[in-house]
Design a protein around this ligand. Structure first.
Ligand SMILES: C[S@@+](CC[C@H](N)C(=O)[O-])C[C@H]1O[C@@H](n2cnc3c(N)ncnc32)[C@H](O)[C@@H]1O
Length: 343
């Protein structure tokens, strides 16, 4: 990143100090409108994250990256502001996030780690909101335990990542789980039509000479199918993809796009408490949703902010075109279809 760009990018995101200042001004607003009984009560309102502060914070954090420690920032945020929460936390592995070293630990200690922030994150979800949390095979059961304590578990998506390091005495790890949960199983948003998959037809069946449940198009023979909870159409970002950054565990925009289109209404807000390089926020912006993300590492926040700015000129998401999700390795067919439709 060019050094000269940094001050302008940094000026766009919030710090913990900004949040505290906004919380105090929220308290003042609340006091003026008679929303609290005493200065002490109202100060408590601001710091425990209650929404009694008149929505001031909800506006302050909309479409913002917050460069702060989650544990400091969370109590300053209002409750129930997110339509969708996407969480990609440190897995139970030793990993260096740009200097912040997360140490792999026992299952019990990882449960404790999740308990130290997950219930507080769930408070940020609207009453009809949805949440997804990612993990590998090793931490997946801990995630399920944590989620089930707070929300109704709806499904477990398995993402076949493809990329993974081979192991000499174990199976290569090439999958991740994404737990899907909602606050209220009787009232939540889910738009299956928005996440249809376009798959190549291997054995095109015809009836009276006409395609049965598939279409002949410029791009080839394809079928639109309902998405299942096994995702094998998304690659890990690699060096030649425009979305790629140096973040050690960057998620693909296509993956976040599926979660957002299915579970966040247009104009709704996506919250990501472990924002990293900003993938969920970038996908939200490209898809006409608002976002808010917390990330402790300033350099990652800068990368995320830069990606958000680029999204203004290029809102495309690799693998998602013409309102459908395409299979891996179909860029040529997507281009053929796109150029045909432009004619
Ligand atoms: C698994 S990564 C998320 C990657 C992200 N999904 C992306 O696409 O780039 C987890 C992120 O959480 C951040 N993190 C870890 N502990 C944190 C904390 N206490 N507060 C805020 N961020 C934290 C790390 O710096 C790291 O970037």
């Amino acid at each position: 990143m060019n050094e000269e760009e940094i001050p302008a990018l940094r000026s766009k995101f919030l710090t913990e100090a900004d949040l505290r200042a906004a919380a105090i001004s929220g308290v003042e607003t609340s006091l003026k409108s008679g929303g609290a009984n005493s200065a002490n009560d109202s100060a408590k309102c601001g710091l425990d994250g209650s929404a009694k502060i008149g929505g001031v914070l909800a506006d302050t954090i909309k479409n913002k990256i917050i460069n702060a420690d989650l544990f400091e920032a969370l109590p300053l945020l209002p409750d129930a502001f997110a339509d969708l929460i996407i969480i990609d936390p440190p897995y139970n592995l030793s990993k260096n996030f740009g200097g912040l070293k997360f140490a792999g630990r026992s299952d019990a200690a990882y449960d404790e780690y999740l308990d130290s922030w997950f219930p507080a994150v769930c408070k940020k979800l609207k009453a009809n909101g949805s949440l997804y949390i990612c993990g590998d095979w090793k931490c997946s059961s801990a995630l399920q335990r944590a989620v089930a304590k707070e929300l109704a578990v709806m499904n477990r998506i398995t993402w076949q990542r493809e990329k993974g390091r081979g192991a000499k005495s174990n199976w290569k790890n090439a999958m991740e789980d994404i737990w899907f949960a909602v606050k209220n199983p009787d009232d939540y948003y889910f738009d299956v039509e928005a996440v249809m998959q376009k798959r190549k037809v291997l054995a095109p069946y015809t009836q009276d000479g006409k395609p049965k449940d598939w279409e002949r198009a410029a791009a080839g023979n394809f079928r639109l199918t309902h998405p299942s909870n096994f995702w094998d159409d998304i690659s890990v970002p690699f060096w030649s993809m425009p979305e790629n950054t140096d973040h050690p565990t960057q998620k693909p925009e296509k993956l976040c796009a599926k979660l957002i289109l299915a579970s966040c209404p247009k104009g709704g807000l996506v919250f990501d408490p472990f924002l990293g390089s900003g993938t969920s926020a970038v996908a939200a912006k490209k898809l006409g949703r608002a976002f808010c993300g917390i990330e402790i590492n300033q350099e990652y926040c800068l990368w995320a902010q830069k990606r958000l700015e680029r999204a203004e000129d290029d809102p495309s998401i690799q693998g998602y075109a013409d309102g459908v999700f395409w299979e891996r390795n179909t860029l040529a067919e997507q281009a053929r279809q796109g150029s045909r439709e432009q004619r």
